[in-house]
Design a binder for this molecule. Sequence first.
Ligand code: SF4
Length: 721
Amino acid sequence: MATLPTSEDELIARFGPHPMYEPAGGFARRPAAERLVKTHCCFCGVQCGIQLKVADGHVIGFEPWEEFPVNRGKLCSKGVARYLQNDHPDRLLHPLRRTESGFRRASWDEALGLVVERIRSIQQRHGRDAFAVLGGASLTNEKAYLLGKLARIALRTANIDYNGRLCMVSAAAANKMAFGVDRAANPWSDIPLAKCVMLVGTNVGECFPILTDYVWRARDTGAKVVVVDPRLTPIARTADLFLPVKPGRDSALFAGILADLVRRGAIDREFIHAHTVGFEAVREAVAKYTPLHTEALTGVPAASIVRAAELWAEAPTSMLLHARGLEHHTKGVENVLSTINLVLATGRIGKPGCGYGTITGQGNGQGGREHGQRCNQLPGGRDIENPAHRAEVARFWGVTETELPRAGLSAVEIFDAIERGEIKGLLSLSINPMVSLPDAAKTRRALERLEFFGAIDFFLSETARHADVVLAGSLQEEDEGTITTGEGRVVRLRRSVEPPGDARVDWRILVELAARLGFADKFRYTCAEDLFRELCAASSGGPIDYGGMSYEKIEKNLGVFWPCPKPEHPGTPRLFEGGRFAHADGRARFHVVDYRPPAEDVDRDYPLFLTTGRVVSQYLSGNQTRRIGPLLDQAPEPYVEIHPQLAEALGIAAGQMVRLATRRGELRLPALLTRAIRPDTVFVPYHWAGRLSVNRITHRALDPISKIPEFKVCAVRVEAS
Ligand code: SF4
């Protein structure tokens, strides 16, 4: 998979010096490598092990880290290029302050003083909740914990949320509802043990390339691979069965598959009886989803629906994995629950090669949602509205329970409240909503309404450009910490280099803000490990228990899976063994899911589905990967995928510019004609900003439970331009 250069010499030999990725000072002046630092790739939730090559205070290359068990030295195209971000000329080197004529350099004292003064001023005039905080889902666990504590203790605002709200929260909510706890049930090493692997709305080959190897290892030992997606993604091309579901119809499809399993008697009555609650209601609810009825709803041929049920039923072991294609919907939680119903009804969980999981795309998609930077959550995965949980955390932080804010607004709702004038101030940490939120014009209007906006970031993202103060923070390789990968394994990040210039490590910026707000006594940390110790202690006894972890233990074991409640506990790679779930009665819950259409379905004026997603060479909003020359060269601009039949009907030729119009606005992109997409659907990748941003035209409707926006389906009109 490593198609990109692995050293600067090779980079120059193949590409020549390039202003986009030539480090400051030029390649020629670089000394030989002084040391290798074992750490992790920052560009997805797999967190592959990598050794960064460091010389003279710069990351200059990498070596494989073959002992790390998840990737055994392998890396995808993003992984082999990740070292190039460290010395980029766009790196923020000092704080910036907005003036009439643009940004000017500011001292840390001035910048931090201004942030604190504006927080106080806005909260005094408009109330504590008028100042909001937003964090990223690539932050270390330490930073996620600290940001939540800063918001609740030093700002005492209810309105803190995070970028995972745009990503995995539907799975998180469904996991808690069904299993009582939110984590992938199995380690990735269970995938090759499965005899049927069902991949739902997950473009594994491009979004989590290293996991493709796990699926192929399963296939090599006889597993059947079933892929559900509106697009024939790279993994779908090698599948045994491909179910090209119409966007927004997943829950109907899974009701249809489950109904067929019930009809053929291929459910595990013993498991259902001993370990679950609610199956009979689900059985009755799915009965109407005959193959023909399901075909009519989903566009998937009835024979394929029956074949999917057959393949699942025939296999002695099976894994079901999904990602944003299932979750980015106004019924994202229902979609996920419909897949969990299938897993539970067949008893395929809690055993080797049997299980279920969501694949996290963001660097710390799992850990970022565990430690209290969500609007409804306290550390240790505790529920902010649960009186017992509130009391535990209040006691731990040394405040009264009434001093802890209640549940606040989610990320999209925070922007809506800003636009309405209810929230006046915002502090953000490594989040780029100008690119990542749907309906970007609304996001821009909201940012322009803010009285004050302070952004902590390492590059001047499209969002940070709207800030009054930008605090130069840290890249992953400039700090210590931990990340919890998509399989629930807590891994160690090691500092490779110091932040350049006058930039600072993020958590030190947050600690300084807390001190200036008068809370130095509650934020006494001298290193990231202090933060981790406190995080672990705070989680102890909670639903997400890190109580027995330490940096030393994580390093020694190449990662520790939670729950790990005591120092002598080895961690828990596979959850729910023996059919014991995390609800108080130990039983998993079935949930009745009846299909309902997306918030904006196709009609006469907007007759096609628009769906969005990723490409292999870009990461999230592109704030990092669009700055890495070889990655940008692979995917310099977005395009719209159109089926040749549709293109012919619309008079569109390959490469021609087309106009995409939704009720939010318009976008012009070149046409990429491909048979890998349904003829009633067009696809646009989302990593670009401004006039190239597909999120200018996506829909802001939210799932009522998870509050995730419906990125994966809206109605669009497509015309030659
Ligand atoms: Fe990095 Fe993910 Fe690729 Fe691994 S699979 S190298 S973590 S982007």
